[in-house]
Design a protein around this ligand. Structure first.
Ligand code: NG1
Ligand code: ZN
Length: 553
């Protein structure tokens, strides 16, 4: 460890991680994300920042090095708050500031943050870090460690972990084990034990067509490794075959949850022809999951985050009713949620639905307004949050002798289900185990589950523009306020289609504008998306080729 004064220690580190000053970095809702080869100085600076954060909150802080579903040449970092949440918004600003600070100004920048935030540098600081399987992640972890050490922070390097596993570790540590043991083994045994206990509460009927057999597309990433480790703790309760396990293909290349969701087709590298075969895809850091199957006519069916969210919300509601527990439950979605899912939740499940801005931190925040808040992005990122009141009521109902045994059993199932859920953040492995428990309880096949409602055909497109910030939105991103005339034009186009909806927003993770469209037929959804994309291209200074006309007939 160094014994240099702060300024000097920072300068020594900075000389090993020089900032070329050519690129502008921004810490957004998904952390910092860009090409891996320019990130070294940024990770060093983040190392400094998380030591300050740890001292400011007097707790362990986490950092995951990953760029999730982005291609292998990209990378990034996300900071994890003490309870496993995403970095506080004001600190996103400090992260952006320090990431863009030159070598010469770095000491001064750190010193100003220390004074401004009144940080006691004599306090201990503790950082948990982990990384995904990208080749660049190892070196970036070293840059982060150099930053941590420059400010005399302590750290535990967990090596390879999924993003949600690291979130879990941080929460376990800061609850002194109350949330579980902060080890990989602790994670698997908590989930495996909860999974077994939930299933013990559920009686399987003779007519059940449920099967615990599934094919997993690991996106050639960390999820493939970790799901295999999870399986070893499940005592053959599920029969999982892992494909795209990283031994052949490249990370996220024509596979993974994002590919399957956006392309609406099966991934490469995994056999999916067997009719009704249950398939899932994880993304590159295993915080997203989507299900799908091919039916006997060879038609592909996607069961995305919306289908998972409504399945979970419906089941929890049944248990709450059966346990006679009065808790206020809500579902949080984004504008990308399929209109049919929103209608199903509202009209059939009678669960109130809230719409939040894109990015899980917004959904997470909104879900905290409910006693039981289920939140999912359509792309498969989501979880369930239980308030302290909900946790307390569920626990006491599970032991309340005055209740009927059926009521107690429903409460007990809920209690174990809560243990199975990773409440810190969306977790593909945990979500998969939750879905499997629910399908098991209902005795459902993929076809049964899929029959809950039919998705409206939809299409997502990207348009490259000179500066995507010219598009500003309101009403949870469903309405564009600039550039002038765009929203009126979208409204005009949408009115020509049946059952249609479309919105545009600048991506937070890519340098593009995203177009979403849904309508009564796929041809209509494709054409609507194309028309809206063309409008964006003209009104927002599109660059490159104009959007291509849809080829569907
Ligand atoms: P952007 O690029 O801001 O649309 C994407 C996803 C988000 C979220 C983030 C972080 C869509 C439409 N957008 O954000 O939902 O997952 O990446 O990974 O899927
Ligand atoms: Zn991810």
């Amino acid at each position: 460890m160094n014994n240099l004064p702060v300024h000097q220690a920072i300068a020594v580190g900075a000389s090993k991680h020089p900032h070329k000053g050519k690129n502008v970095f921004s810490y957004g809702t998904a952390g910092i994300r860009c090409r891996a080869d320019i990130l070294d100085p940024v990770l060093y600076r983040l190392g400094l920042l998380v030591v300050l954060r740890s001292r400011a909150v007097r707790a362990t802080i986490g950092v995951v090095i990953t760029a999730s579903h982005n291609p292998e040449q990209d990378n990034g970092a996300k900071v994890v708050e003490p309870m496993g949440e995403m970095l506080l918004q004001t600190w996103e600003g400090y992260a952006t500031q320090i990431a863009n600070t030159s070598d010469e100004d770095l000491g001064q920048c750190v010193q100003s943050l220390i004074s401004e935030l009144n940080i006691d540098m004599a306090l201990p600081a503790n950082i948990f870090l982990a990384r995904d399987t990208r080749p660049s992640s190892f070196g970036l972890a070293q840059a982060l460690i150099d930053g941590i050490q420059a400010l005399k922070g302590d750290y535990i390097d967990y090596g390879l972990l999924s993003t949600p596993q690291l979130h879990y570790m941080v929460r376990c540590q800061n609850t002194q084990g109350g949330y579980g043991n902060p080890t990989e083994h602790g994670y698997y045994s908590k989930l495996a034990s909860a999974f077994t206990k939930v299933r013990e509460q559920q009686s399987e009927t003779d007519e059940s067509e449920y099967t615990g057999e599934l094919s997993v597309d690991g996106a050639n990433g960390i999820g493939a490794l970790k799901i295999q480790q999870m399986c070893q703790h499940l005592n053959n309760q599920l029969k999982i075959s892992v494909y795209n396990d990283g031994t052949h293909g490249q990370l996220n290349d024509r596979c993974g949850a994002d590919f399957v969701k956006v392309q609406q087709k099966p991934p490469h590298g995994m056999p999916t022809e067997e009719a009704g075969r249950k398939c899932v895809s994880l993304d590159g850091d295993a915080d997203r999951i989507v299900y799908y199957f091919v039916d006997s006519d060879g038609v592909f069916h996607l069961l995305d985050g919306d289908k998972i969210a409504t399945l979970i919300a419906g089941y929890i509601q049944e248990l709450l009713t059966a346990a006679n527990l009065q808790l206020n439950m809500g579902l949080v979605q984004t504008a990308y949620a399929n209109g049919s899912s929103t209608q199903y939740a509202t009209d059939v499940l009678k669960v109130p639905v809230a719409c939040a801005c894109t990015g899980v931190k917004h959904l997470h925040h909104r879900a905290q307004d409910f006693d039981v808040g289920v939140y999912f992005e359509a792309n498969g990122h989501g979880t369930v949050l239980f308030s302290a009141l909900a946790t307390e009521k569920i626990n006491s109902a599970s032991q309340d002798e005055r209740l009927s045994s059926d009521q107690r059993q429903a409460a007990t199932t809920l209690k174990y289900l809560q243990d199975l859920i990773n409440e810190t953040v969306g977790d593909a492995i945990s979500d998969m185990l939750v879905v499997e428990c629910i399908l098991h309880a209902k005795g459902w096949t993929m076809t049964d589950w899929n029959a809950a409602y039919t998705d409206l055909p939809n299409r997502q497109l990207k348009v490259k523009v000179k500066d995507r910030r010219v598009i500003q939105t309101t009403n949870a991103e469903r309405c564009a306020t600039t550039p002038a005339g765009l929203q009126e034009a979208i409204d005009g186009i949408v009115s020509k289609y049946n059952n249609a909806r479309s919105f545009v927003r600048p991506s937070g993770t890519e340098d593009i504008v995203r177009i979403y469209a849904e309508a009564d037929t796929q041809v209509a959804a494709d054409s609507l998306a194309y028309e809206v994309a063309t409008k964006v291209y003209h009104l927002a200074d599109g660059v490159g080729d104009p959007p291509a006309q849809p080829s569907s007939s």
